[in-house]
Design a protein. Sequence first.
Length: 128
Amino acid sequence: MSGDEASPLVVLVVGSTAGHVYPALSVAEAFRRLPSPPRLLFVSDGDPLAVRLLADAGQGVAIVRASPIKRAGPVGAFRAVFDVARCFRESRRLLGERSAGLVLGFGSYVSGGVLLPCRSLGIPTAFH
């Protein structure tokens, strides 16, 4: 995180590849250069690569449980339906508790799972 507690919170949701994480880190750096930078929070599904890349960049990460539906097979798709509902609940609670002001998704199924509850909370969103 960065910024003080009075500044708005920008949430950056990353998937499991460097192609998701590095653009989010670049956007975070641009936010940090603003005269009044927002607080930043990275969110992931806990994929080891994403967590390691964020840690290497000195970033913490909040974890929400999510899983893919596409190409998951019948059992995986069935399980993913329940994971989507759980991800919605976890994300809604996390975003509400932290008073998120903007949520940016950088790809992968976890972005959809986190951005979906933003509509019910009235939080602006964008996909990269």
